[in-house]
Ligand binder design. Structure first.
Ligand code: PEP
Ligand code: MG
Length: 844
């Protein structure tokens, strides 16, 4: 048998199965394969074969190839609930189809509005004589492009001996009992993909052979496609038959699964389900993930990044290599000039791009392409795209989002090579920009005058998202392809704070949004005018409001915004994107510059928080399956004591002594604090420093929160990192967009840990602060104060707002409010409570 190449049956975005918001598909219970987030309206045959299954509700189809492989394509998630609405079948069961034949037409808009998700799994449901060997990388795909390869099993066995699929046992007539039970199916949508997967999994786990019969037709309960082919709908009666030694038990288990074990629970992180804590979606609104909060009302304009055409053939190796070298130099100059005019994250991102531009691997691969006769432009483009595809396919969402940085460099270098730079799009003030995706340098170039950003793809930790947040530009990402259908010039409302965009707001919604915008601007102006004043609650309790810093350039603007110090200096900026660790002198220079810019205000330096997810090439660290649970935070410093000592020496060298306090990331055990304290004391002795240096801890693990009283004996202060504390408490990866909407620090579980931390710290007279992003959320601030937090370290841009918020509230009211929040059942309830509190107490 020859291998079969399955072609993409849809146009759209290739997505790993793990990202499908349904555990049955994501866990491969229906079979291995891939998913596509469609952008078109037609499903085509991925290969030649026979249609052997077509759901009555027209949302799923199975094709059998020659050789017996069955490919199941399931349009969207939970689309069975649409009862066929939005789908038109173009084939019938029994039809023979050729690759590329249209199978089902669907109304994408309707699916986006009404289905839980449109992402479409394409699965090898029955392997026949094949094994799945190659899958296209994540990224855009056109109909007909190669998607997966099915290798005949004999061919693959030589390369990798795979276990044979377990055959069903053949029990002869004399073999033990047969059991049979009749059951009425109560499942609202009958036996569709998800129940079928669960039934099949159970059947595969029993020794008895289970069969399901309906109206005289039968199917093996192990066969997904067989089960789907029975077309069992709500109210149907089926027979469950088991043959084999455990027949009775097998039938009992199947009856129990079908009767009670298949509750159709809504998935809390589905694409169209409103995220916890946000308002329900008004009709016609599109849901996205908030990358930078705020509200924008403006005219929609589409941004198109066009691919420039590049010649495939080069004009000779020497000429092309020289052109490449010259273009790299010119781009390096361009980036350096541009970054000199920028500050904060925009500058840091360009510095990172400069580093990427010098990547020797990118240069070597491009040179190899040129040596094969390709033009420099072609060789660079294919080098970058291969690398970007690899990044996108990475299960680490943060790495995947770095693909945008590479594509940005591709675009900029090609502009140098073929001379198309200079044409810069300018958008009228008040534009809400709609883009499929946006590259960091594009945003830097066009940001002036933009009111908001609505991005179909992207993720909340991409560099574009970070840039937008630093520009205070309301931004939604991951809105989906429907965003691209918003008409150019339409007046729209982008409510990034609530994770939605209204493409066709009615006059009332428009007026409401405009009033809200004006109100926000007025509050911001008041807050700014009082930013420099020390912060107290309305009843006089002193609350310090500090800023989080991630670069020396951010310190000055933070002070101008009223920051009373730095509550978290993320020192990673000094350690990443370089080939060797920074020396003590280099570090001292940077810390001193920040201390100087703070003009004597406290500077809390967090020791390096680096790990498997933020690798440094000069640190030998093994790849980890779960980097967030591995060598991270202080564990790295304790494993590489040279690094720890250098950083401590650099901090101790900053003048005046005592302005810098030291903070330890990711503490989980008291021994970690004691170990660092020993090193610190030894270095102080060595350097002749007699003054005490404050040594605090970050509370980012549930362990640290619940043992805060014990840790407070060893630490001078506690600062809660709510980003990690939330991730570890809820067991939701903070970098995974699939769970982003449920990852809320106002979850009562997190609040109870904050409560415990404050009480634990107080038993030893230690202050507790918050430096995670909850400290930047005005809704959270009164609760934090009520729980006993006395220091808030926020993003520099929101310091005036946080100070204004503190001034509005009395501690007594906050305490009552916090007590109610602790008793809430969910983050959504806490947010609703906090909104009521804000509208009552924070009137300004
Ligand atoms: C946190 O985890 O809340 C925190 C402030 O640290 P980081 O976001 O740098 O991990
Ligand atoms: Mg953290």
């Amino acid at each position: 048998m020859a291998p079969i190449i399955l072609a993409a049956p849809l146009e759209g975005w290739v997505t790993p199965l793990e990202a499908v918001p349904d555990p049955v598909f994501a866990g491969r219970m229906m079979g291995d394969g891939i998913a596509i987030d469609p952008t078109g309206d037609t499903l085509y045959a991925p290969c030649a074969g026979r249609i052997v299954g077509l759901q009555a509700t027209r949302h799923a189809v199975t094709i059998e190839t020659a050789g017996g492989a069955q490919i199941l394509i399931h349009l969207g998630i939970d689309t069975v609930a649409l009862g066929g609405k939005g789908f038109t079948t173009l084939v019938a069961v029994g039809d023979d189809v050729a690759a590329g034949d249209p199978l089902i037409r669907f109304d994408l808009d309707l699916l986006v509005r009404e289905a839980r998700a449109v992402v479409t799994p394409i699965l090898l449901a029955e392997a026949g004589g094949f094994t799945l060997t190659a899958i296209a990388p994540a990224g855009r795909i056109a109909v007909g492009a190669p998607l997966m390869t099915l290798q005949p099993r004999a061919a693959t066995r030589q390369q990798s001996p795979e276990p044979e699929p377990q055959p069903e046992h053949a029990f002869g007539d004399n073999d033990v009992a047969t059991a049979r039970r009749t059951l009425r199916i109560d499942l609202p949508h009958g036996i569709h993909a998800r129940p079928a997967a669960r039934i099949s999994a159970l059947a595969r786990a029993t020794i008895a052979v289970l069969t399901i019969e309906k109206d005289g037709r039968s199917a093996s309960a192990r066969s997904l496609t067989g089960l789907l082919g029975l077309g069992v709908t709500h109210g149907d009666r089926i027979d469950i038959i088991a043959r084999g030694p455990d027949a009775d038990a097998a039938v009992d288990a199947m009856v129990s699964l079908l009767a009670t074990g298949l509750v159709e629970a809504p998935d809390p992180v589905a694409r169209t389900a409103p995220p916890e804590g946000t308002t329900a979606l008004p009709p016609g609104a599109l849901r996205g993930v908030c990358a930078a909060p705020g509200l924008a009302v403006g005219l929609a304009r589409h941004h198109h990044s066009k691919d420039v055409d590049v010649p495939h053939e080069g004009r000779g190796v020497a000429l092309e290599q020289a052109a490449f070298t010259e273009a790299v130099q010119a781009l390096r100059r361009d980036i350096a000039e541009q970054s000199a005019t920028l500050k904060g994250p925009a500058r840091e991102i360009l510095v990172a791009h400069e580093g990427l531009l010098d990547d020797p691997d990118l240069h070597a691969t491009t040179a190899a392409g040129i040596a094969r006769g390709e033009s420099a432009a072609h060789a660079w483009r294919s080098t970058i795209r291969t690398q970007a595809d690899k990044l996108r396919a990475d299960s680490n969402a943060r790495l995947a989002e770095r693909a945008g940085d590479l594509l940005d460099l591709e675009r900029r270098l090609l502009a140098q090579l073929i001379g198309v730079s200079g044409e810069r799009q300018v958008y009228p003030p008040g534009t809400v920009l709609i883009a499929d995706d946006l590259l960091p340098s594009e945003l830097i170039a066009i940001a002036d005058g933009l009111a908001g950003l609505c991005i179909a793809r992207g993720g909340p930790t991409s560099h574009v998202a970070i840039l937008a947040a630093s520009m205070a530009l309301p931004t939604l990402v991951a809105v989906g392809a429907t965003a691209l259908a918003i008409p150019d010039g339409a007046r729209i409302v982008l409510d990034a704070s609530n994770g939605m965009v209204l493409p066709t707001p009615d006059p009332h919604q428009l007026a409401q949004a405009e009033v809200q915008q004006a109100e926000t601007a007025r509050k911001r102006a008041t807050a700014l005018s009082q930013a420099a004043i020390a912060c107290h609650t309305a009843d006089g309790t002193r609350i310090e409001v500090f800023a989080n810093l991630g670069a020396a350039s951010e310190a000055g603007p933070a002070v101008a915004n009223g920051a009373e110090g730095c509550g978290l200096l993320r020192t990673e900026f000094l350690f990443l994107e370089r080939d060797t660790a920074p020396t003590v002198d280099e570090q001292t220079r940077d810390y001193q510059a920040i201390a100087d810019a703070l003009e004597g205000r406290p500077l809390i330096v967090r020791l390096l928080d680096i790990g498997g997810d933020k690798p440094a090439p000069y640190l030998a660290m093994a790849a980890e399956e779960n980097p967030s649970l591995g060598l991270r935070g202080i564990r790295v410093g304790l494993a590489h004591t040279g690094l720890l000592e250098d950083q401590l020496r650099a901090i101790l060298a900053v003048k005046p002594i005592g302005q810098c306090r030291i903070m330890l990331p990711m503490i989980a055990r008291v021994e970690e604090v004691r170990s660092v304290r020993l090193v610190l004391d030894r270095l102080r002795d060595e350097l002749g420093i007699s003054a005490a240096i404050e040594l605090g801890i970050m509370v980012e693990t549930p362990a640290a929160a619940v043992t805060a009283d014990t840790l407070a004996r060893e630490a001078d202060f506690l600062s809660i990192g709510t980003n990690d504390l939330t991730q570890y408490t809820l067991a939701m990866d903070r970098a995974n967009p699939a769970v982003a909407s449920a990852l809320d620090g106002l979850h009562p579980a997190v609040l109870r840990l904050i409560d415990q931390t404050c009480r634990g710290g107080a038993t030893r007279g230690r202050w507790t602060g918050v430096c995670g992003s909850l400290a930047s959320d005005p809704l959270a601030v009164p609760i934090l104060l009520g729980l006993g937090v006395t220091e808030l370290s926020a993003a520099p841009g929101v310091v005036p707002t946080i100070k204004a918020c503190v001034r509005e509230v009395s501690l007594d009211a906050c305490r009552d409010h916090a007590r109610e929040a602790l008793a809430c059942a969910s983050a959504a309830e806490v947010r609703a409570l906090a909104r009521r509190f804000a509208s009552k107490e924070i009137a300004a």
